[in-house]
Design a protein around this ligand. Structure first.
Ligand code: TXA
Ligand code: MG
Length: 355
């Protein structure tokens, strides 16, 4: 694709921020694509009602297939534009939105006629969320249209939790980037399907723990899922569920420190759930060349860990990148799964999947 000039829109003070929002919103309304911060990860936005803008998002990301995109709104009233009347009559939608919006929850439900096929990847449903981020909300509101936004990374690569990550991957491929701070949550939204007449189904673990959703939905019945991830080439039970995803360039291997598989390893970087496990990994890797090491949090703290996950994967990936040696590997251990830990375990599992 042709290289285009990417405008960097700074937000260091209120004046800059309102100018960035005005410029970003003008570009979005004109069918351009603009990356912006949210509380989960940076998103790459385009007018969700404009198929040409949506196509540009896929092109810039280099997505080989058309996964459905999440549509972002700034106000609950905008649900009328994105969901069908049937979806809006579903009491579960209101119940979850009341409790968890703005926030890292994406609700998949039947789409309105205004949402093009390309956003939905041909499905009758659309995923919608209201981000808990002032800049994101102001931008969407100023643009005056719902904004389709996948994570602002190249297809299959690490999700961006800082503007620098976005610039490194998408600079020259997108029209503008709103430079905000680090993404607070650090993993993508939880995606839940609420289809009429069907039980609620978790499609992707993320920023809202499964336990929280199960509790909120108790009056309406059980929560199903998450669907198993699948390997490349087989039919997808839910879109975007390919096993290999969120991957750094280095290989990622998840080992059991009690009986570690260290075959074919020479240079490694260590990534542990906590400080104590990092010390165990140090012992396990004693015979290898360790170029970098990090714990997701000192004590086991899934909230802190999630907010640092992609940042640390980026850093360890950089530390390993001296040559293209296939034996360059990030060594990690399974992340315990309660609460937000499930989203962390899921992202590490996908990062480690065979590519
Ligand atoms: O936190 C997030 O959700 C970020 C920020 C930018 O909001 N966005 C994000 O978008 O992660 P993306 O495109 O990387 O992930 C979209 C995923 C799809 O791959 C699929 O798993 C699910 O959301 N999804 C979206 N619409 C769907 C639909 N109609 N049916 C089933 N799954 C859907
Ligand atoms: Mg993504």
């Amino acid at each position: 694709m042709m290289s285009i000039h990417t405008e960097l829109l700074l937000t260091r003070n209120e004046e800059e921020a309102s100018e960035a929002i005005r410029r970003g919103a003008d570009l979005l309304a004109a069918g351009k694509i603009v990356a912006f911060p949210t509380e989960t990860v940076y998103g790459l936005g385009g007018n969700a009602t404009d198929p040409a803008a949506v196509a540009r998002i896929f092109e810039a990301k280099g997505r080989p297939t058309f996964d459905p995109l999440i549509v972002h709104i700034a106000d609950r009233a905008d649900l009328a534009r994105v969901f069908s009347a049937v979806a809006r009559a579903d009491l579960r939608v209101d119940h979850l939105a009341d409790a968890l919006w703005p926030g890292p929850l994406t609700i998949v439900a039947p789409a309105s006629d205004e949402i093009p096929e390309l956003v939905r990847a041909g499905l009758p449903s659309v995923g919608v969320r209201l981000p808990d981020h002032d800049l994101a909300q102001a931008l969407i509101r100023a643009a005056g249209v719902p904004i389709a936004a996948p994570s602002a990374n190249l297809f299959g690569q690490l999700s961006p939790t800082s503007a620098a990550h976005v610039e490194a991957q998408l600079g020259g491929r997108i029209d503008a980037l709103i430079v905000g701070g680090r993404a607070r949550v650090g993993v993508e939204s939880t995606v839940i399907a609420l289809m009429p007449g069907e039980p609620a189904r978790l499609l992707r673990p993320g920023g809202v723990p499964r336990e929280r959703l199960a509790l909120l939905l108790e009056p309406f019945g059980p929560l199903e899922g998450p669907a198993q991830t699948v390997t490349k080439g087989t039919a997808l039970p839910a879109p975007g569920m390919t096993a290999s995803h969120y991957a750094p360039r280095a290989r990622v291997r998840i080992i059991d420190p009690a009986s570690p598989d260290l075959r074919n390893l020479s240079r490694v970087a260590l990534l542990a759930p906590d400080g104590a496990t990092l010390a165990r990994l140090d012992q396990v890797a004693a015979g290898l060349t360790v170029v970098a090491r990090a714990a997701l949090s000192e004590q086991l703290d899934p909230v802190r860990a999630a907010s640092h996950l992609f940042e640390l994967l980026h850093q360890l990936d950089e530390a390993l990148r001296v040559d293209g040696d296939a034996h360059d590997t990030i060594l990690t251990t399974p992340y315990p799964e309660p609460g937000l830990g499930a989203a962390i375990a899921d992202r590490l599992q996908r990062a480690s999947a065979e590519r």
